[in-house]
Design a protein around this ligand. Structure first.
Ligand SMILES: Cc1cc2nc3c(=O)[nH]c(=O)nc-3n(C[C@H](O)[C@H](O)[C@H](O)COP(=O)(O)OP(=O)(O)OC[C@H]3O[C@@H](n4cnc5c(N)ncnc54)[C@H](O)[C@@H]3O)c2cc1C
Length: 375
């Protein structure tokens, strides 16, 4: 039974799998939903009183929680407002609470004719998590428009503000995902969006949906992105058999030019590759997986690659976190053997007490890997 104190509903031994899109993982010692900074601080005090460490969860769309669950108090931040005011020129400052669903913010911005995040339509999760891995898709990243972040430091309980430059944004990364991991709870973000500016059409597959003379509206672009994403099972739709995923499971690997050239030499096909400066090249994780012999749908009865997207690992309904991590290790191992490139998982691990590198290397070279098949 939930225990109520100071208006907090404190649920003990709470299942976490239903709080995540992968739908795996054991229970939390406690789970509490908060909708204000005061409630958040009250939840921290309660966790102290119960001697529990704290984990923050948003929409659970980018986490793998261990089958043992979390010996901690899990705090989920809900709700919040979107407040916008005009700045100089056509730039608008937009303040958003951490608990606002990301898709609601994109829909609001499109309606308000504020450009800058229209290509990020359809990404699940909440606004507070969006800067953690610098969400990106179809030619935009949140770091392109992020001005500042308000966060509570969990140890000191102090509210601090970071400028975008201080957050260390990179490709699917920020200080919040690396050296500051677990240190702050993001409470609000401030974006700079452009009133009346044209939509971003930087990504080839998106641009090709419109004629070169067309100047599509923000709504047309956001709708088109959502349609493309839906075809790849990249929106959360419970009717879709591929819906239990964390989106792309691996990031596109960044390798030296020498490694990219080596992969190129060993294939007769055209290798997708993008120079990103400093002698580094981004490769397509999906291409590497596919060309290591693992096609869409590859896997077992319980876990596999999405039938619509090579990069998504899907829980087919009864998988455990162990099934998923073993499968991820197997994919990484086969890609490394075939191409000499190590893939890095994108979701955050919770409750494993290990980094991804430690976990996956411990699981590699398994003798029972013959259970995985192409469909
Ligand atoms: C179908 C699908 C498609 C996806 N497509 C994309 C995509 O195109 N591009 C992309 O970048 N990502 C994508 N993702 C991944 C995911 O949606 C994003 O990373 C999203 O921002 C995660 O938000 P969330 O609220 O679900 O975070 P959660 O999964 O709940 O949390 C992720 C991490 O952030 C931490 N966290 C969450 N909220 C806070 C907070 N307020 N303060 C501090 N820490 C916090 C958690 O502790 C955890 O470590 C996709 C996922 C799915 C399931």
């Amino acid at each position: 039974m939930p225990k109520t104190e100071s208006n907090l509903v404190w649920r003990t031994n709470a299942p976490l799998a239903p709080c995540t899109t992968l739908q795996v993982g054991g229970p939390a010692s406690a789970l509490v939903d908060v909708a204000s900074r005061e409630a958040f601080l009250a939840a921290l005090r309660r966790a102290d009183a119960e001697r529990l460490p704290v984990h923050i969860l948003g929409g659970g769309s980018n986490v793998v929680i261990s089958d043992d669950g979390l010996k901690s108090a899990v705090i989920r931040i809900h709700g919040g407002t979107i407040d916008a005011e005009p700045g100089s020129d056509e730039q608008w400052n937009v303040h958003v609470g951490a608990g606002v669903p990301w898709t609601s913010l994109v829909e609001w911005s499109v309606r308000a004719d504020l450009a800058g995040i229209e290509c990020l339509a359809g990404i699940p999760g909440r606004v507070g998590a969006a800067p953690i891995q610098n969400i990106g898709a179809y030619g935009q990243e949140i770091s392109n428009v992020l001005k500042s972040i308000g966060a509570i430091e969990l140890d000191s309980r102090e509210y601090v503000r970071f400028t975008a430059a201080e957050c260390g944004f990179g490709y699917r990364n920020s200080h919040f995902k690396s050296e500051w991991q677990g240190r702050y709870a993001i409470m609000d973000v401030e974006l700079t969006l452009r009133k009346g500016a044209p939509a971003t059409l930087r990504y080839g597959q998106l641009a090709s949906q419109f004629s070169p003379s067309q100047l599509p509206s923000l709504k047309q672009v956001a709708d088109t992105v959502t349609t493309i994403r839906r075809d790849k099972s990249m929106v959360v739709d419970h009717q879709d058999p591929n819906h239990r995923s964390a989106g792309s499971f691996f990031t596109n690997p960044i390798v030296t030019e020498a490694v990219a050239n080596d992969v190129d030499r060993r294939t007769t096909e055209e290798l997708p590759r993008w120079s990103i400066g400093n002698g580094n090249v981004k490769l397509s994780a999906a291409w590497l997986i596919d060309h290591a012999g693992m096609k869409k749908g590859y896997g077992t009865e319980h876990v596999g690659l999405s039938t619509n997207h090579t990069l998504a690992i899907v829980n087919k309904g009864h998988a455990t976190a162990t099934d998923l991590t073993k499968f991820a290790a197997h994919i990484r191992q086969r890609v490394a053997s075939k191409w000499g490139v190590l893939l890095h998982p994108e979701p955050m691990l919770m409750g494993f007490g290990q980094t991804w590198a430690e976990l996956l290397s411990g699981l590699s070279q398994r003798s029972d890997d013959t259970c995985y098949r192409n469909v």
